[in-house]
Design a protein around this ligand. Structure first.
Ligand code: GLN
Length: 477
């Protein structure tokens, strides 16, 4: 029977198995079918994946040079374009829409021999923390099907958690990779803003959005990152900084300087046991010779409001293109309906409640009477956060915090209370506000039996440090 542990081991399996890629794809197709109830996939690209696998097996037999991700079976969140395949941001408004080009990340995966097995369910337009906002139903956490997997990239997290692919790509605007990774007990990386091209990623809030990676090992995260990161002529916000070979730079025996936010560990909304286990872990790090110090972060109460003002403003602008004319869904019209009615009906029927709420909120904070009070003020806070962050990284290699204040909650538990849902993002939105890389690694188990993670954040484009620390922490056993 096929079993996946890491890309490296899979590649040694392929060396002695002429039809190995096909074996792997068939394994995942079987697992996906068996676990349909989790609702992690919106669509499985069965025929294409089998065909890619057969081609890769043939290439290997013919002695052709093999890509870094040769035969690696990858799933994409339903916001990442794959040419000739449907993509819909889990929304009715993109009903029937087919990508006409590849996202740069997809292009790079394919160029290194990856196999794209399907597209994952998510919160509509990546707005949510529980995956209950999908137009195609909630995703279930594989550990306990009454629990949410987190969101918005819940399907991609569950796909890795439940062995429905080897690695998956999500997107992270305010925690959508790290938070579901935390709830599902897998690794979730959000790189620096500008590390991976956003070309072909359906936009939610363009100055925050970043493609992220779910996997079970840091080696795999590092390898996928080095493949998909880097300059791109199609995205002027992506950095031209050279991409290190992250996967070859993972081992160190350095002693690190960590900071943590006192306000975060003492936060009233933080589950007592998550706080206690995180504090105990800090003591372990100190005992191992690392420096761990508390730093003041009195801006913590402002991060969630700032995030929700700025992202909804950007979303209201980004989502204006979905008007019933250019893409996907168009409402049925009556004879007397004019163009405005076409827009109104298509958008009211095509967008779900949460997306509508955010478009309204974003339009409000950008409206002339309120622009200065909300949008400008939030931009000022963002600047303060950036300045504070630069100061902190003058003295520390990384900041540590819990990823989420609680473990996975019940499906339905918070769906009627958007404010409670937004507050759960308190620890994850900060790195997106300031553009730094952050990762959630599954280090802990709660007494309720559920996994939870530690969030690590490093300075801009210091993914190497982040991955080295993660590797050290995960391999301690
Ligand atoms: N939960 C956050 C939100 O709903 C984060 C979403 C994301 O990162 N895409 O906005």
């Amino acid at each position: 029977m096929f079993a996946f542990t890491s890309i490296k081991e899979y590649h040694s399996f392929l060396a002695s198995n002429p039809a190995g890629c096909t074996v792997a794809v068939k394994h995942y197709l079987g697992k996906i079918e068996e676990n349909k109830h989790l609702n992690a996939y919106l669509e499985v690209f069965e025929a294409d994946a089998l065909q890619q696998a057969a081609q890769l097996d043939a290439d290997r037999q013919a002695g052709k040079p093999l890509g870094k991700l040769h035969g690696v079976v990858i799933a994409l969140k339903d916001v990442i374009c794959y040419k000739g395949h449907k993509v819909g941001a889990s929304s009715k408004i993109l009903d029937g829409f087919t990508s006409i080009y590849n996202a740069t990340a997809t292009e790079k995966l394919l160029a290194e021999g990856a196999i794209i097995i399907g597209r994952n369910n998510c919160d509509e337009f990546a707005m949510g923390s529980s995956n209950e906002n999908s137009a195609f139903g909630a995703v279930k956490n594989a550990i306990d099907n009454t629990l949410v997997p987190g969101g918005s990239s819940g399907g991609s997290a569950v796909a890795v958690q439940a062995d429905l692919c080897m690695v998956s790509l999500g997107s992270d605007t305010g925690g959508s990779v790290r938070q579901p990774a935390d709830f599902c007990g897998v690794i979730g990386l959000k790189p620096s803003y500008g590390r991976i091209s956003r070309y072909g990623l359906i936009a939610y809030a363009s100055s925050f959005d970043q493609i992220g990676i779910f996997s079970k090992t840091i080696d795999d995260t590092a390898l996928v990152l080095e493949v998909i990161a880097g300059a791109d002529n199609f995205d002027s916000t992506v950095s031209v900084k050279p991409v290190p070979e992250y996967s070859k730079e993972l081992t160190t025996n350095k002693k690190y300087r960590f900071a943590y936010f006192k306000e975060a560990l003492e936060h009233e909304g933080l589950d007592k046991e998550i706080a206690a286990q995180t504090k105990a872990y800090i003591e372990t790090l100190k005992a191992e010779g690392h420096t761990v110090e508390a730093v003041d972060f009195n801006l913590l109460p402002y991060v969630v409001p700032t995030y929700y003002i700025l992202t909804t403003a950007e979303a209201s602008s980004n989502l204006s293109r979905f008007d019933g004319v250019k893409f996907g869904y168009r409402a049925e019209l009556n004879k007397e309906d004019d163009l405005t009615a076409l827009y109104k009906k298509s958008r009211s029927e095509g967008f779900g409640k949460e997306v509508q709420r955010r478009i309204l909120l974003g339009t409000f904070v950008l409206s002339s009477g309120y622009f200065d009070a909300y949008f400008t003020k939030a931009q000022q806070v963002r600047r303060l956060l950036c300045d504070t962050t630069s100061e902190i990284f003058k003295g520390y290699d990384a900041i540590i915090s819990p990823t989420v204040p609680t473990t996975a909650f019940k499906i339905g538990e918070k769906s009627d209370d958007p404010i409670a849902m937004y507050l759960a993002d308190i620890f994850t939105v900060f790195p997106n506000l300031v553009g730094i890389p952050a990762i959630s690694i599954p280090l802990f188990t709660h007494s309720n039996g559920l996994p939870f993670g530690l969030q690590l954040m490093s300075s801009h484009f210091e993914e190497t440090t982040l991955l080295q620390i993660s590797s050290m922490m995960m391999n301690k056993g």
